[in-house]
Design a protein around this ligand. Structure first.
Ligand code: HEC
Ligand code: HEC
Length: 376
């Protein structure tokens, strides 16, 4: 047996950067929430998740390209995908017979293919979810307000992430088996590119431009990950214009609440009874009253495309006209874990001071990524 070159430089860079980026993407995904770990500064982690996710996408696209134009052992045509060979491989594993494969063995061929396909689908679904759910990313023009379908897509994205994780775990088990039971040295081979084999080395005669393009492509994910992590803009709140008179008359005793958190009917009842407003007299002159009411009705929950508005409306029973946002079941459900002591912190003062925790709440936006509970 001779030592021959099997894995070209680009494939090795691809392989190890994929390991790094997939790990980073999985760790910063919501998956951690299942273990009760809630990442503190969500938006920063989301930016990192998007950045590394984009890197995974670019890498997988590179691998598909390289599967057609790369050296012999990196080409899809060299994968061993026959089921018979796969069964034979597992049979040998169970019987503890050492097998020798110069390129991908049958199990590795299938893992590679599954990782590329499932990984690509995970990236694409991620981009779509990010656009539909958050109104951000390259497909953000698809965003026409919160769409209930986004929740299902999110589940699909999560499912794909788990499937990818499962394939990776299977692949790692195979590698450990090869390494410790059969000592085929496949980990060093993926670093040096060289393997002991009976086959003759197949030289790669790629043109200079192909080599250039492939090297730049396979290294570009590092730049892309950095760029997306650093540059991700926070979501712009809706472009609702808040009338000055509303801020003046309704923002003096508490924050000027966004109109889209209560149904139209609630605002009409409230505006008709300002002289007895939760025990205070908040009455104002007729023309101001009409102007404010028009603004509140026009932007009420029924007329809003925000996810929160839809959920507020859904949770209110038909014959109910709540005057307090904080009595709507959806609000209570979402805030049930927050203690009284938290609301009493100096910078919050009251649970109706939404803006203390929801950065863009005055504009009716309550995105998860903009929530921060002040520490004191
Ligand atoms: C004179 C002070 C004052 C003014 C002016 C005022 N409010 Fe209030 N408002 C209150 C008080 C007091 C509460 C009850 C606060 C509490 O329970 O913590 C309240 C509560 C509310 C709530 C319910 C909050 C909740 O979910 O618990 C809404 C909605 C509201 N006000 C809207 C308005 C609007 C609209 C205007 C302008 C037309 C307005 N307020 C003007 C004093 C005022
Ligand atoms: C002390 C901080 C705090 C205050 C004050 C507060 N919230 Fe929240 N709110 C939170 C937290 C934390 C969550 C996230 C809960 C979760 O995801 O389980 C949340 C969740 C929400 C959500 C759901 C967001 C989503 O998309 O999942 C809405 C809507 C909301 N709050 C509206 C309001 C409104 C309206 C007010 C004011 C009347 C308010 N909140 C006051 C902390 C606060």
């Amino acid at each position: 047996m001779n030592e021959i070159k099997v894995w070209d430089l680009q494939t090795r860079i691809f392989h190890w950067s994929l390991v790094v980026f997939v790990l980073c993407t999985l760790v910063t995904a919501d998956i951690l929430r299942f273990f009760g770990i809630d990442l503190v500064n969500k938006d920063a982690w989301l930016a990192f998740h998007i950045g590394t996710g984009v890197a995974v996408g670019i890498l997988l696209a590179f691998r598909i390209f390289w599967g057609f134009f790369g050296p012999h052992y990196s080409r899809f045509s060299s994968l061993r995908l026959s089921l018979k060979e796969l069964v034979g491989y597992f049979d040998a594993v169970i019987k503890n017979i050492r097998t020798n494969h110069t390129g991908h063995n049958p199990a590795a061929s299938w893992s590679a293919l599954c990782i590329i396909i499932i990984g690509m689908l995970a990236v694409i679904s991620g981009v779509v979810v990010f656009s539909l759910d958050e109104g951000r990313g390259i497909l953000r023009s698809l965003y026409i307000g919160f769409h209930p379908l986004a929740d299902n897509l999110k589940l699909l994205h999560l499912g794909l992430a788990y499937a990818l994780l499962a394939v990776i775990i299977g692949h790692v088990c195979g590698v450990l088996n090869e390494t410790f039971r059969h000592k085929t040295g496949i980990i060093p081979a993926m670093i040096t590119g060289k393997k002991l084999s009976d086959e003759v080395e197949i030289p790669f005669s790629g043109s200079a431009p192909l080599t250039m393009v492939s090297i730049v492509w396979v290294l570009s994910p590092f730049v892309a990950a950095l760029y997306f992590t650093v540059s991700m803009e926070t979501k712009q709140p809706s472009n609702m214009v808040i009338p000055v008179i509303y801020k003046k008359e309704c923002g003096s005793c508490h924050m000027a609440f966004p109109p889209n958190v209560l149904p139209m009917k609630s605002w009409q009842v409230m505006m008709a009874n300002l002289q007895d407003h939760f025990g205070d007299d908040a009455s104002i002159d007729d023309s101001s009253n009409r102007e404010i009411e028009a603004f509140l009705v026009k932007n009420s929950a029924e007329h809003s495309l925000e996810e929160a508005s839809l959920k507020f409306i859904r949770s209110i029973s038909k014959d109910n006209t709540p005057l307090r946002i904080t009595e709507i079941p959806y609000w209570k459900e979402k805030h049930k874990l927050i203690s009284q002591a938290t609301y009493q912190r100096g910078t919050i003062k009251s649970r109706i001071n939404c803006v203390a925790c929801h950065k863009w709440s005055e504009y009716g936006s309550f995105e998860d990524s903009d929530i921060r509970i002040p520490r004191e």
